[in-house]
Design a protein around this ligand. Structure first.
Ligand code: NAD
Length: 481
C-alpha cells in the first residue's frame, strides 16, 4: 500500500494478553496492506500504579486528539478502590456516544445453540445510570441518577438506523422499560418512534427490555440491529456475545464525532497472559471495524475473509478448539500466521464479507435543534431525611404550607404513605413530600417553603421542581396515588 497515505492511529498494547494479541492483530493487518502510522501510548495497570486514578496520562490524550482513532488492547484494572474505569473515562471524555457490538455465530466451527445468529447491538454510551451521579441521601438510602436526554437518544437512534441502512440490515429493534420509567425511557422510545419515521424502508419494533432480552437469549436469529439505553445495552451485549459461542471472538467499536475506539470485548485474561495461547480474534475483528472506519475497506475485507477461512479450516486457538471438529490447535502467533497465509482467500462454508469502497463510515447526524418548551412550575417535591413517623412528618408538612402551596402527598421510597397509606408499607428514613399550587410557583415561593420546613426542625436533602412543559404534566405520580 505504498501509494496510500498512512492513516495515523493511536495504539495501546494494554496488559495481560494485550501485548500478545495486539502484536498478532497488527501483523495480520499490515500483511494485508493496512497503511497505518502507529503512535503507541501506555495505558492501564502501570499507569494506575504510578498514581493516575484514570489509568491514562496527559500525553496519551494528546495522541488520541491528534489521531482520533484508538486501537486498544484490554487492560487490567487494579483491585481495590479509587481506580476509575479507563474505558468509561475515555469514551465519555472524548464523546464516544455509540457502542457498536456485532455478534455473529460461526457454527458449526464454533459451537453455539443459535447457529443463525447475526445481529448488532448499538448501545448508548454516555448517559443513563452511567452518568455516574450518585449520592448517599440518608442513613438508609442511596440514589443513582438515570439521565436520558433528547439529543443523546435521538443521536444514538439515528446512528442505529444509519448503520442498519449502510450494512443492508432489514430491522431495527428498540428496547426500553417505559412501562415503568415512562418519562426517561419513555423519551428514548418516543425518539425511536419519531426518528424511525425518516427510515420507513427499515422494519422497526419495540420490546420491553425484560421480555426483549429473554427473546434475544432464546431466539437471537430473529433480531438484526438492536438499539438501547446504556445499562440495558451493557447487559444485552454481554448476553449476545456469550450466545455466539465465545466471548474471545467479539469486537466492539466506540464511535464519536471526534474520536473512535476499537477493541475486543474480553478483558486482559491474566490467567493465560504470557503463555502465547490467547485468541487474538476479538481484537483482530475490532481492527477490521477500524479499517472500515478509516476508509481502508478493501484491506478490512481481505483480513475478515482470511480470518473466516482460517476458522472454517479448523485452525483454532485453545479457547475454541474441539477435538474432532478443529483440525489444528495453535497459539496466538501461529493463528496470526494462519490468517496471513489465507489473505486473498474467501470462506466456502461461512458467509464471506464484502466492504465496498463506495461505503464510507456511518455518518454521525447533527443534533436537532428543538424550539424551547414553555415551562411552568406547578409544585415542588421536598425530600427529607428523618426518623419521625409518617403522621409526625405529615403534621409538620401541613404546618409548613404557605404561599398557596398545599402538601397533598407523602411517599417513602416512592410508595404513597400519606394520605390514606397502608399499615403494611415499610418506611425508611427517606421521605418525599409533594406540595402543589393552583397557580404558577416562583423560585422565591420555594425558598419561603424551605424556610418553613427548617422552622419545623426538619432536614431537607433535595428539592425537585414539578413542572408542566408545553402544558403537559412532566413528573411521575406517587405509586398508589
Ligand atoms: P477476561 O475477559 O479477561 O477473562 C475471562 C475468561 O476468558 C478468562 O478465563 C480468560 O482466560 C478467558 N479469555 C478472555 N479473553 C480471551 C482470549 N482472547 N483468548 C482466550 N481466552 C480468553 O475477564 P476477567 O478475568 O473478568 O478480567 C480480567 C481483567 O480484565 C480485569 O482486570 C478486568 O478489569 C479487565 N477487563 C478489561 C476490559 C477492557 O480493557 N476493555 C474489559 C473487561 C475486563
Amino acid at each position: 500500500m505504498s501509494d496510500v497515505a498512512k492513516t495515523p492511529i493511536t495504539v495501546a498494547y494494554g496488559d495481560g494478553i494485550g501485548p500478545e494479541i495486539m502484536k498478532a492483530s497488527l501483523r495480520v493487518m499490515e500483511a494485508a496492506g493496512a497503511a497505518l502510522d502507529i503512535q503507541s501510548i501506555e495505558i492501564g495497570e502501570q499507569v494506575y500504579l504510578r498514581g493516575h486514578s484514570s489509568g491514562i496520562e496527559d500525553a496519551a490524550w494528546d495522541s488520541l486528539r491528534r489521531t482520533k482513532v484508538f486501537f486498544k488492547a484490554p487492560i487490567t484494572t487494579p483491585q481495590g478502590g479509587g481506580y476509575k474505569s479507563l474505558n468509561v473515562t475515555v469514551r465519555k471524555s472524548l464523546g464516544m456516544f455509540a457502542n457498536v457490538r456485532p455478534c455473529v455465530a460461526y457454527a458449526p466451527f464454533v459451537p453455539t445453540n443459535h447457529p443463525g445468529m447475526d445481529l448488532i447491538v448499538v448501545r448508548e454510551n454516555e448517559e443513563d445510570l452511567y452518568a455516574g451521579i450518585e449520592y448517599q441521601q440518608t442513613d438508609d438510602v442511596m440514589e443513582s441518577m438515570k439521565i436520558i436526554s433528547r439529543p443523546g437518544s435521538e443521536r444514538i437512534v439515528r446512528y442505529a438506523f444509519d448503520l442498519a441502512r449502510s450494512q443492508g440490515r432489514k430491522k431495527v429493534t428498540c428496547m426500553t422499560k417505559d412501562n415503568i420509567m415512562k418519562i426517561s425511557d419513555g423519551l428514548f422510545h418516543r425518539c425511536f418512534n419519531d426518528i424511525g419515521q425518516i427510515y420507513r424502508d427499515i422494519e422497526q419494533d419495540h420490546y420491553i427490555i425484560d421480555i426483549g432480552m429473554a427473546r434475544v437469549a432464546t431466539r437471537p436469529e430473529r433480531f438484526d440491529v438492536i438499539v438501547l439505553p446504556n445499562l440495558y445495552g451493557d447487559i444485552l451485549s454481554d448476553v449476545t456475545a456469550e450466545t455466539t459461542g465465545s466471548v474471545g471472538l467479539g469486537p466492539s467499536a466506540n464511535i464519536g464525532p471526534h474520536c473512535s475506539m476499537f477493541e475486543a470485548i474480553h478483558g486482559s485474561a491474566p490467567d493465560i497472559a504470557g503463555r502465547g495461547i490467547a485468541n487474538p480474534s476479538g481484537l483482530l475483528l475490532a481492527g477490521v471495524m477500524m479499517l472500515v472506519h478509516i476508509g481502508q475497506n478493501k484491506v478490512a475485507e481481505k483480513v475478515h475473509n482470511a480470518w473466516l477461512k482460517t476458522i472454517e479450516d479448523g485452525v483454532h486457538t485453545g479457547d475454541i478448539y474441539q477435538a474432532g471438529r478443529s483440525t489444528q490447535k495453535v497459539g496466538t502467533q501461529d493463528f496470526a500466521d494462519a490468517v496471513i497465509e489465507r489473505l486473498g482467500q474467501t470462506p466456502s462454508k461461512l458467509r464471506s464479507v464484502s466492504y465496498p469502497e463506495s461505503e464510507g463510515r456511518v455518518a454521525i447526524g447533527t443534533v436537532e435543534n428543538h424550539p424551547p418548551q414553555k415551562k411552568e412550575i406547578v409544585g415542588v417535591d421536598i425530600y427529607l431525611h428523618s426518623r419521625l413517623t409518617t403522621d409526625q412528618i405529615a403534621e409538620k408538612m401541613k404546618a409548613s404550607e404557605c404561599e398557596g402551596m398545599v402538601c397533598n402527598l407523602i411517599t417513602n421510597r416512592g410508595v404513597k404513605v400519606w394520605p390514606d397509606g397502608m399499615a403494611e408499607t415499610f418506611t425508611s428514613d427517606h421521605w418525599r413530600c409533594r406540595f402543589m399550587c393552583d397557580s404558577t410557583v416562583t423560585h422565591a415561593q420555594i425558598v419561603t417553603l424551605l424556610n418553613k420546613i427548617i422552622e419545623q426542625d426538619l432536614d431537607f436533602i433535595k428539592v425537585e421542581q414539578l413542572c408542566k412543559f408545553n402544558g403537559e404534566i412532566a413528573f411521575s405520580l406517587g405509586q398508589g396515588q
